[in-house]
Design a protein around this ligand. Structure first.
Ligand SMILES: Nc1ncnc2c1ncn2[C@@H]1O[C@H](COP(=O)(O)OP(=O)(O)OP(=O)(O)O)[C@@H](O)[C@H]1O
Ligand code: SF4
Ligand SMILES: [Mg+2]
Length: 364
């Protein structure tokens, strides 16, 4: 099924130049951290996509590219068909400022993103007066109070007069959520939005996100290194779950399908490591992974980036790179960046690598 996107990422690449010392810089080309590589993804209206993957795999960088705050070094990011960076350079039909207003972010550390010298009311009315200068100041205040009440901060007048240090982490997170929602955005990037909260508050906050998502019809790109959180949100919203590994989107599909029938060997590792996702399946066995080498985003492995750790790797995986088809980005189909997803691929006649499950079975 193909859906109408309003944010489209096409073959997005974000590479950072690593800082070098003065002498080093004179003699060598700078190393490039390949934070995101060749990611295509479409986010339609009123949709939820949860991205999961280990620390440093490029989730935040990809999320920021999707909302137009990180300029990609390759590929394109479009908002309602308009290239966001062309708009930023003054060459678009939709002004960049309007795009930025439509694509909001809630940071991992809400305290850090709130001005410590401003009351909650001031923090929330300032962006409103910038975006809706015609709105009467009493109406602005009334709207802020209504939203604070809506997210459970009661009495709202009391919370509105407080400074960030007078709020708990969960309350700061709610203020950040209200600030994003007041812009009537199309998409909110929630980057590790619940990771810093304790477990009971985490579920409560995710439930609130789900309610507001439905009420306002806002799409969410939810990022987490924790599969349990990503699953909770994506499954309850009937959304998609995307798995990232070393800068690449390696699997995506409806959350339940990805979890019940993972196609990529890395997704199986994540599942194995998350007891509440798979309580009695993988837990008792050895981890479904070879080696524990930490991959280097400056020099990622050749071919399939997961091949040094993949228990299913074959010769062909060391030299050829699997791809997610272009149609996958535009659909809700379940697909994986792995040769095993294609029953006719020459992978199946290629030699298993030393130490993989196939050679293991042969020698026992
Ligand atoms: N501004 C930058 N300059 C150089 N390298 C960067 C920059 N931002 C991120 N990186 C590198 O890019 C890679 C991806 O970083 P990113 O923050 O996107 O990962 P992440 O998946 O969000 O990790 P985490 O779960 O720890 O938040 C990392 O190797 C990181 O060190
Ligand atoms: S392409 Fe090969 S190495 Fe990569 S995940 Fe699939 S089987 Fe493993
Ligand atoms: Mg991050």
């Amino acid at each position: 099924m193909t859906v109408d996107p309003f944010v489209s990422l096409e073959n997005v690449e974000v590479h950072f130049e690593k800082e070098q010392g003065l002498v080093e810089g004179l003699f060598n080309d700078p190393d490039r951290v390949k934070a995101v590589d060749d990611v295509s993804l479409e986010i339609p209206e009123n949709d939820v996509v949860a991205l999961v993957g280990e620390s440093g795999c490029g989730k935040t960088t990809l999320g920021k590219a999707a909302i137009g705050v990180q300029r990609p070094t390759g590929g394109s990011v479009r908002y309602r068909g308009q290239d966001i960076w062309a708009a930023k350079d003054g060459m678009g039909e939709i002004p960049y400022e309007r795009i930025r207003k439509s694509l909001q972010i809630i940071h991992q550390d809400p305290g850090g993103s709130l001005n410590p010298n401003r009351t909650v009311m001031k923090s929330l009315t300032t962006p409103l007066s910038r975006w809706q200068p015609d709105m009467d100041s009493e109406d602005r205040r009334a709207r802020v109070l209504r939203m604070l009440e809506r997210v459970g901060m009661k009495p709202p007048g009391d919370y509105a007069s407080r400074y960030p240090h007078q709020l708990s982490g969960g309350e700061q997170q709610r203020v950040a959520l209200v600030r994003a929602l007041l812009m009537n955005p199309d998409l909110i990037l929630a980057d590790e939005a619940v990771s810093a909260l304790d477990v009971s508050l985490r579920v409560e906050t995710m439930d609130l996100l789900l309610e507001l998502q439905e009420e306002f019809g806002t799409s969410f790109l939810f990022i987490s290194h924790d599969l349990s959180n990503a699953r909770y949100l994506a499954e309850n919203a009937g959304g998609r779950l995307g798995v990232m590994y070393l800068g690449e989107l390696v699997e995506i599909g409806p959350a339940e399908e990805v979890l019940q029938n993972p196609k990529h060997p890395y997704t199986k590792v994540l599942r194995w490591a998350t007891a509440d996702v798979d309580p009695d399946g993988w837990e008792a066995q050895e981890p479904p992974v070879r080696g524990i080498d930490i991959p280097d985003p400056v020099n990622p492995p050749s071919g399939c980036r997961f091949h040094p750790r993949c228990p299913e790797a074959r010769e062909i995986c060391t030299g050829e790179t699997p791809a997610l088809s272009d149609e996958s980005a535009a659909s809700r189909d379940h697909c994986a960046k792995c040769f095993r997803d294609d029953p006719n691929h020459e992978y199946w006649s290629s030699e298993p690598l030393e130490g993989t499950e196939a050679t293991h079975l042969e020698t026992h």
